[in-house]
Ligand binder design. Structure first.
Ligand SMILES: Nc1ncnc2c1ncn2[C@@H]1O[C@H](COP(=O)(O)OP(=O)(O)O)[C@@H](O)[C@H]1O
Ligand SMILES: O=C(OP(=O)(O)O)[C@H](O)COP(=O)(O)O
Length: 408
């Protein structure tokens, strides 16, 4: 068990708070969706109201990506959401950052710059080594405590996630606490248990499928999205050049062999799409597996109606459904049907758990509501749902011995 904010004496304490606000970014380089910021409002408001001196750490995007931008617009939006001034400093652990943190008064809040602007932060380390990185050795001396609220990044073993709790007393924030409470009890959820794996993170999804099938956590795995396309190709279906090229370009070609191995081992418990939707004459057009391959430039952009009927039948008997990743290119109106219909059907299952940044935004866009739990994390939620430990949580649990009295 990790300590929580209930165990932290906040007043007058300078707290480094790691949050996950990794969000869609518009063409203007500004924040395009603030759902992940909203999730952290409770933790940050509580620390501010209890008189903490709050230094916020977070990443945005990955190096080289269009969404690899400064946190300035995140700080602006946080200030509005918290209804409280939030400063921003374009530094993470340099003298300017340390001075900004040291000058905080009780109830002040500053957002430091995107941690991944600093190269060691995009590497994975053992906690003890992460504690020796420039970020942690530079910033930890001006902090009294560390709060990790970044559940969505807790599957990463990066310095801001595992280094600080190795040298500072560490606490779970309110988002982290609630995610661990809900997702930590997956083995106790009602059976049969169905995992629906879609979206575009094929490699992660295959890892999850292996793990939950091997451990007996999943009675069935249903595949959709790019994941479903990879499984279809692994099963010998010719999806055509457009889908194959897409999978190749994304670097997922090797995953086809892994998917084939999984089908060999657990094929009877893995469900594959029975039809797909392509764009023909500017419209959605569904093709059964026997009608494939599609025409040259047509890519499989969604699952079709037969697949939806098949998956809905399987869901009718489920006690728990765990879903990650959209079933199709939901951003395009013609291909939102799979995601809308499947996720709506999932809300009827006794326990329904959803994870994933894009998935959560798809559900908001499509107005699908009624799940037992919508996680702030994708990869992190999936890792927990395979009953695997999260490095950042382990680091919090193993952190330096500390006894700080809670506020009176
Ligand atoms: N058949 C498909 N072809 C191409 N992209 C797809 C397909 N199905 C889903 N996607 C894309 O997958 C992306 C989301 O996947 P992912 O990042 O894995 O989800 P999450 O963030 O919820 O884990 C979306 O941008 C969606 O357009
Ligand atoms: O968005 C995130 O994860 P997710 O896409 O699995 O929800 C986290 O911010 C982790 O980001 P990363 O996958 O670039 O390490």
């Amino acid at each position: 068990m990790t300590d929580t904010l209930d165990d932290l004496n906040v007043e007058g304490t300078t707290v480094g708070v790691r949050i996950d606000v990794n969000s869609p970014i518009g063409d203007d380089g500004m924040l395009a969706d603030d759902a992940r910021l909203r999730a952290h409002v409770d933790t940050l408001s509580e620390l501010i109201e209890r008189g903490g001196r709050v230094a916020v750490l977070a990443h945005q995007g990955r190096p080289g990506g269009d969404d690899f931008v400064t946190l300035e617009s995140h700080a602006d939006r946080l200030s509005k959401l918290l209804d409280h001034p939030v400063d921003y400093v374009d530094a993470t652990f340099s003298k300017a950052a340390r001075e900004a943190v040291s000058n905080l008064e009780n109830g002040d809040c500053v957002v430091l710059e995107n941690t991944r602007f600093y190269s060691e932060e995009y590497m994975e380390f053992e906690p003890e080594r992460a504690a020796q990185t420039h970020l942690v050795t530079g910033l930890a001396p001006v902090l009294d405590a560390y709060v990790n609220d970044a559940f969505a990044a807790a599957h990463r073993s990066q310095p801001s996630l595992v280094g600080f709790p190795t040298v500072l007393p560490g606490y779970a924030g309110r988002v982290m606490e609630s995610e661990l409470d809900t997702l930590g009890t997956i083995e106790e959820t009602p059976e049969p248990r169905i995992y629906v794996l879609g979206g575009a993170k094929v490699s992660d999804s295959i890892d999850v499928a292996w793990s939950v099938l091997e451990k007996g956590l999943a009675d069935h795995v249903l595949t959709t999205g790019v994941v479903g396309n990879v499984f279809l190709i692994a099963d010998g279906v010719d999806l055509g050049d457009a889908s194959s090229d897409f999978i190749y370009d994304q670097g997922y070609w090797d995953e086809i062999d892994r998917a084939a191995d999984l089908l060999d081992a657990y094929g009877e418990r893995v469900a594959l799409p029975r039809d797909v939707a392509v764009e023909r004459d500017g419209q959605r057009h569904e093709l059964g597996i026997n009608a494939l391959p599609p025409q040259d430039d047509e890519a499989a952009m969604d699952i079709g109606s037969s697949t939806l009927a098949y998956y809905r039948r399987l869901l009718e008997d489920a006690g728990t459904v765990i879903l990650n990743g959209p079933a199709g290119v939901f951003e395009d109106e013609a291909f939102e049907k799979g995601t809308r219909t499947l996720y709506n059907a999932a809300t009827d299952v006794e326990t329904s758990i959803v994870g994933g940044g894009d998935t959560a935004s798809a559900l908001r866009q499509l107005g699908v509501e009624g799940f037992s739990h919508v996680s702030t994390g994708g990869g992190a939620a999936l890792r927990m749902l395979t009953a695997e430990p999260l490095p950042a949580v382990t680091a919090l649990e193993n952190g330096p011995t500390h006894q700080q009295p809670a506020d009176d």
